[in-house]
Design a protein around this ligand. Structure first.
Ligand code: IPM
Ligand code: MG
Length: 374
């Protein structure tokens, strides 16, 4: 049995290109840690939908459960109506596999230009924990009396004690594992007095089990202001799904843009229903697809998270070590972007892949071991 049974879904637009580079980096890293990898590329995405009318069936989700992890490139294309692929693929994976955590690091890498004047990597080093299966994303609501002046639309925010508590416990564990041990809850308790208050109450209850973690609470609007004015306030943040969607884009922007924003849709439990799904936060960027122009850093950073998190969940330290090596390679390559934008650096997707591979070769230790098979 391979150490890692990996499924890849390149998806749409630049997705397949950035996944290709991530796999090249994986091929360079795995043998250095004696890791054998089985990989399967799955054809889900917009192209297949246009051909067959299928996005992702229940049987296909069932089938995914035999993999250890999934690396997803991007979903969405202009000739498919908005929502079809996002809901049918990405959100279906999140819900059906119960991937209740969306983990999004927000660290300014050395050399990368932040739009914030005078901020250094030491000032921007956050870990964001976004609840991933509840809130407005549940899709509860409806429209009635359409076409009349009395038309009504509702969209409901749902929070369950079970869903909130498991997310908060994960966030406290994550905060406890970081040097600062500081966790900020982000919500809007002054207006969302039902859902916000539930989050706040459970936050305080769970905090009792983590006396060494310092806690704070910010309203989401204030959080947006602080992310721009004083991001050094933040270490670990936890928030509900919709606010997490918005705040993590803002956090990516202060880290230099989407070019390096990684994410993991996780079910971190040992008895998880199936694999976690890792994806760069950026979209499919159809305008530059097929031009070797996308920056693969975010996808490679998602691969690093995939290795680390899957290694932890399956108790395979070699995977965790390999994830660390990929992270170090990214940190070694990031100064190349000094004075440039991450998304228009002039370096091609393959060229950045080459640099990362070189960095893996220079920074990773090289024990002898098994190779990579595909
Ligand atoms: C994200 C994206 C998705 C979300 C979309 C594509 C459904 O914006 O992963 O942040 O809203 O969660
Ligand atoms: Mg988003």
């Amino acid at each position: 049995m391979a150490d890692l049974n990996l499924a890849t879904i390149g998806g749409d637009g630049v997705g397949p290109e950035v996944v290709d580079q991530a796999l090249r980096v994986l091929d360079a890293t795995a043998p250095r840690f004696g890791l054998s990898i089985d990989r399967t590329d799955l054809p889900y995405g917009g192209a297949r939908y246009l051909e067959t009318g299928q996005v992702l069936t229940d049987d296909e989700v069932q089938d995914l459960k035999r993999y250890d992890a999934v690396l997803l490139g991007a979903v969405g294309r202009p000739d498919v109506p908005p929502g079809v692929l996002e809901k049918g693929l990405l959100l279906k994976l999140r819900f059906d596999l119960d991937l209740f955590i969306n983990l999004r690091p927000g660290a300014l890498l050395p050399g990368v230009t932040t739009p914030l004047a005078d901020k250094q990597p030491a000032d921007i080093d956050m870990l964001m924990v976004r609840e991933n299966t509840e809130s407005l994303y549940l899709g509860a609501g409806g429209r009635a009396r359409q076409g009349t002046p009395y038309e009504v639309a509702t969209q409901e925010m749902w929070a369950t004690r079970f869903g909130v508590e498991r997310c908060l416990r994960y966030a406290f564990d994550a905060a406890q594992a970081r040097p600062r041990k500081h966790l900020t809850l982000v919500h809007k308790t002054n207006v969302l007095t039902f859902c916000g208050k539930l989050w706040f109450d459970v936050f305080q209850e769970v905090a009792g089990d983590y006396p060494d973690v310092e806690t704070d609470y910010h309203h989401v609007d204030a959080c947006c202001m602080y992310l721009v004015s004083s991001p050094e306030r933040y270490d670990t943040l936890v928030t509900e799904n919709m606010f997490g969607d918005i705040v993590t884009d803002l956090a990516a922007a202060i880290c230099g843009g989407m070019g390096v924003a990684a994410s993991g849709n996780l079910n971190p439990l040992a008895d998880a229903l199936g694999p976690s799904v890792f994806e760069p936060v950026h979209g499919s960027a159809p305008d530059i697809a097929g031009q070797d122009a996308a920056n693969p850093l975010a996808c490679v950073a998602s691969l690093a998270m995939l290795l680390t998190e899957t290694g932890r969940r399956l108790d395979k330290p070699k995977l965790v070590d390999a994830g660390g090596a990929v992270d170090r390679a990214i940190a070694a390559v990031s100064p190349t972007f000094a004075g440039k934008r991450l998304d228009r650096s002039g370096m091609g997707c393959t060229e950045i892949g080459d640099r990362l591979i070189q960095a893996v070769e220079q920074t990773a230790s090289a024990p002898s071991g098994a190779g990579v098979s595909s």
